[in-house]
Design a protein around this ligand. Structure first.
Ligand code: NAD
Length: 348
């Protein structure tokens, strides 16, 4: 099965000209080795920012965590402590390790302080092209010339973000999943001018911090994960909108069938295991009956228009109480931790 290096060793066949890559490598600055990466600049203190800071610190890296105010840094440390407590409760770390892990993270409120000595930058600030460009243009000037600049964008084009940079070959996407300290996947996505070296070292770094990296051959909106997630959400909403089943029935179907299986065999492995002739037959009559609308699904549009944004506003596709949310979050966290225990390869 294709995994890891095999995936990006064929990348140039899919969207990159060999000559283009060679040119970038030749122009590129001194190559960074995995062992050279010691200091991480973590931009952002929100949902993802605190989690990536913690993930690097757990793996032994020194982290400068940039937030725009002391208040946001304090909030981030509060979230980091809570996540460490969860780790401790589940015996993933010892009580004695907590102070040491926290000691590796320094909160800073200027980009100068954040970028000083950085070998690797991971950015998790607002999903806004102009803001990301502006921040990276500044950070690039503050970093050494071989520092790798990675964005945790959910789907913006790395080529578009890197347009304002001098060292486009050092720019890459490292897309973590929420919460980053519990979800193993990181999608490593090259922009048009990202060098192979940058992809390779980012991939290796993600593996070193205990993640399961996947390298894309070329950039595509939504990368892999969000393309699959949105295709599934569109059909799930369509099933409800077309009166085929209730939201509860859709979620139950997924949780007790595909959801379980997909965590051990992906959709392509599952197709091979089920028999491609079977999937061919199903595809020949079913695909034309599935939703293929390019528009935002009506139910999603209406809910957002009236401010029903899901659990955080008390209603969305379901009604939510704070207790419901707390309960389901805890259940999900416990199950994710069991998975983490099963597949973790590094010891903190
Ligand atoms: N939330 C997720 O599930 C998820 C998953 C993967 C990737 N991402 C991506 O990670 C990034 C951050 O998302 P989040 O969910 O953590 O958002 P968030 O709103 O929780 O945090 C955003 C952070 O950016 C800071 N910020 C906003 N504007 C800024 C500016 N002009 N300069 C400096 N800092 C600024 C905010 O203060 C905050 O710390 C986005 O690109 C998002 O698409 C999010």
């Amino acid at each position: 099965m294709l995994r890891g290096r095999n995936e990006f060793s064929t990348r140039s066949e899919n969207g990159f000209k060999e000559a283009e890559i060679l040119l970038i490598s030749q122009k590129g600055t001194t190559a960074m080795q995995l062992k050279d990466i010691k200091n991480v600049c973590n931009l952002g203190t929100g949902t993802m920012g605190f989690g990536t800071a913690l993930t690097f610190a757990l793996a032994g890296y020194t982290v400068r965590m940039f937030g725009r105010s002391d208040m946001s840094i304090e909030r981030s440390f509060k979230n980091i402590r809570a996540a460490l407590e969860t780790y401790r409760e589940h015996d993933l770390i010892k009580e004695a390790a907590i102070a040491e892990i926290l000691g590796r993270i320094t909160g800073v409120t200027t980009l100068e302080a954040a970028a000083a000595d950085a070998d690797f930058v991971i950015e998790s600030i607002a999903e806004d092209l102009a803001i990301k460009r502006q921040v990276f243009a500044q950070v690039e000037k503050l970093c050494r010339e071989n520092t790798i600049l990675a964005t945790n964008t959910s789907g913006l084009s790395p080529t578009a973000i890197a347009e304002v940079l001098e060292r486009k070959d050092k720019f890459v996407v490292a897309h973590f999943w929420n919460p980053p300290y519990l979800m193993p996947l990181v999608e490593v996505v090259p922009g048009k001018f990202t060098s192979q070296e940058t992809v390779d070292i980012t991939w290796k770094l993600m593996e070193k911090i205990g993640k399961k990296p996947v390298a894309l051959k070329r950039e595509a909106l939504g990368f892999i994960g969000n393309r699959l997630q949105l295709a599934l959400l569109r059909e799930a909403l369509y099933i409800v909108e077309a009166g085929i089943a209730t939201p509860k029935a859709v979620d139950t179907t997924m949780k007790y069938s595909l959801g379980r299986r997909l965590s051990t065999t992906g959709p392509l492995e599952s197709a091979d295991m089920g028999g491609l002739d079977i999937f061919y037959n199903i595809a020949s009559y079913l695909l034309k009956d599935l939703c293929n609308s390019p528009e935002v699904p009506p139910r999603l549009k209406q809910a957002v228009a009236k401010g029903s944004l899901g659990a955080k506003t008390g209603s969305g596709l379901y009604d939510w109480t704070p207790e419901d949310l707390a309960k389901i979050k805890k259940t999900r966290e416990n199950i994710l931790i069991e998975w983490l225990k099963k597949d973790r390869e590094i010891e903190f």
